[in-house]
Ligand binder design. Sequence first.
Ligand code: S3P
Length: 435
Amino acid sequence: MYLREIKSGGSLIGSVKVPGDKSISHRSLLFGSIAEGETTIEGLLPAEDPISTANCLKAMGVKIQLTTDNKIVKIQGVGLDGLKEPNDVLNCGNSGTTMRLLLGLLVGKQDRHFVLTGDESLNHRPMKRVGHPLKMMGAKVSGRCNGDFAPLSVVGAQLHGAVIGTPVASAQIKSAILLAALTAQGSTTVIEPANSRDHTERMLKAFGANVQISGELGRHITLRPGHKLSGTQIVVPGDISSASFWLIAGSLIPGSDITIENIGLNPTRTGILDVLKQMEANIELFNKREVAGEPLGDIRVVPSKQLKPFYIDTEIIPRLVDEVPILAVAACFCNGTSQITGASELRIKETDRLSVMTRQLTKMGAIIQENPDGLTIQGGKGLTGATLDSETDHRVAMSLAIASILAKGDSTMARSNAASVSYPEFWSDLERLRK
Ligand code: S3P
């Protein structure tokens, strides 16, 4: 059960370099594999989710190796049509990004059959949201519950381009469609209701694909096939989603002073910084730069006297979708009522994060109300230590860790090892920063 005791109190002081961005890590492995020639990746996230992606690609004949100093991952790309039919099912583990992006990548691989499966959580997450648009391009995908749940079966087919409006702003759906579009006949346009993270567009361009962004607010993304992808050099910035735990901890834990180095600052991901501003947190952004097509910088955070409550809705959710659990913890310490709305997507993440956070924070004495599409949290009364459970969700585990330090009285957390899905060094970084 990986039961962990977490002592309350103390400060967090020092520097931390968060691990590589999970979304960018997946994409660099996937795109490098279907490019021609060698791709090198510096700063790849060595966590369970990207390892699932790498293992699936290796099972289809791609050579992915670490250099002897363990610093760079090298991929020998097999080209757009070079992936082999695997001998066994492809296991995506806990990773929705692996399964959804692979679906897009594999549906156009003619004369080959693939079966994708995952763990208990992943095999209960909706896949029709990807299967359905891919079928509009001629894909042959089937699965349990009328195609919605894995294990999923893919029979590679000749695809045709299409214009596809997605009902939700999801980078996984958008990316799956764009990957399928690479080998379709004719161009494909994805139209999103709001801008989801744009790492796929940026990276596909860097590999040489013909991607154009147009339409009102840049929500039409068109891919014209016929251009091969060429291996390239990728530098993965630190994951702002992993940094968010330190941003909130540093804003709230008395006496803290944390510098977070090398954080990816792609504007489709920085919603958390906007909310911290709303809360009047003490954040200093410096050393801004651009590396391999992605903006990044360093952030120093120290506590504020009193954080203001915040309100977030549909508009900003895609830019902070993975940060809602830690924002729920922050809300417990803001002076007043915070409201999170338009967040029903949280219900279909690794767990139903609205329910899980309500259940766990209620044990700590939070005044929290679960709504169909969000949370209402009355802050200012603090939390008390409790017997907690990550319920297998990595972001819940890390959010509750920060809540436990802030609480009065010690806590225990069952299944605390879930953190290694996206941040294997989380617990050791936390110990190192604690003073
Ligand atoms: C991701 C997109 C988001 C995010 C997930 C990673 C990606 O999911 O929650 O952690 O890498 O494309 P949705 O596409 O479902 O919004």
